[in-house]
Ligand binder design. Structure first.
Ligand SMILES: [Mg+2]
Length: 301
């Protein structure tokens, strides 16, 4: 199966200038650059990160690439090339491989990234997908989790919560938005919201050795979070703080640069929800003062 799949995949893939040699040799050859390389890898398993019988291979493939592109966006990087490895269930391996590939390919075209290589295996287990993505960023200009300072505003893109109702499969990695923010040069730290706002914000505060005060009423809550709350027993706000896989960006913006922050970019709102503070921990700011905010979120097993 492998040789015909590789030949087919090679023929389906775009030729982009950042890749001198793509699918078909022992290694890919990427064009050299004066920029820093940014590398991320993610694995997704049938039954844990998607349910193949419900979503199909194409959407699983889109999610696979989307997750990595979201990580590149969170570093302020531009994608260059991706490497796709598939562990395919023995029954229907060829069909599933081509469906997954079509999904990855669709999104690769949307974001001008090259599928430059990979590997396929067949086994008796469920579908397991792995993707490694390489991006580039100007030397020493990558956004990190560790750059937030007390006084910086906490800003989130989009709306949060309820991704299980569909957004965890069908989302826009925030690459274009990140590119525009990079041009404005106003971001001091960033991550993407993959484990849930509570945990991802905590990660930034730990890396930056500071704390965060959140104005709970300012958190942008998705319509899906409200819908989910009708049956879950949790509030829409609980879902916005605790649900994972929003694939939005969480940014630190120094106070003096906040006036330069657009209210939205390409229809995606950018919402200040609080500020980083010197006192460590997560705090909610309410009328009566500040209270400790328990870290919540979805930890991927
Ligand atoms: Mg991430």
């Amino acid at each position: 199966m492998e040789h015909s799949f590789i030949a087919w995949a090679k023929q389906r893939s775009s030729k982009l200038p950042q890749v001198k040699l793509g699918i078909g040799d022992d290694c890919a050859l990427l064009a050299g650059s004066a920029e820093d390389s940014v590398v991320t890898t993610d694995s997704l398993c049938d039954g844990t990160h998607f349910i193949l019988s419900e979503c199909g291979g194409r959407r699983a493939g889109r999610k696979l690439l989307g997750v990595s592109l979201s990580d590149l966006a969170s570093m302020g990087a531009t994608p260059v090339a991706v490497f796709l490895s598939l562990c395919l269930p023995r029954a229907a391996a060829g069909d599933i491989a081509s469906e997954v590939f079509e999904g990855v390919l669709e999104m690769a075209k949307e974001y001008e990234v090259s599928i430059a290589g990979g590997d396929t295996n067949v086994w008796d287990g469920p579908l397991v997908l792995n993707l490694t993505a390489i991006g580039k960023v100007e030397p020493d200009k990558a956004w990190r989790r560790s750059g937030a300072k007390p006084g910086d505003a906490i800003v989130v893109t989009g709306v949060l919560g309820g991704s299980i109702l569909g957004k965890h499969l069908d989302f826009e990695p925030r690459l274009r938005l990140a590119k525009k923010l990079k041009e404005l040069d106003i971001v001091s730290a960033a991550t993407d919201i993959s484990d849930g706002l509570g945990i991802d914000l905590l990660n930034v505060t730990v890396a930056s050795r500071c704390g965060a005060e959140v104005h709970l009423q300012k958190i942008p809550i998705s319509e899906a979070a409200s819908r989910l709350a009708q049956s879950s027993g949790n509030s829409p706000l609980d879902h916005a703080i605790g649900d994972g896989e929003d694939f939005e960006l969480l940014l630190a913006i120094p106070k003096e640069k906040l006036p330069l922050l657009p209210a939205e970019i390409d229809g995606v709102p950018l919402t200040p929800i609080g500020e980083f503070v010197s006192r460590t921990g997560l705090w909610s700011k309410e009328r009566g003062g500040v209270k400790q905010l328990p870290p919540r979120g979805y930890v991927h097993s």
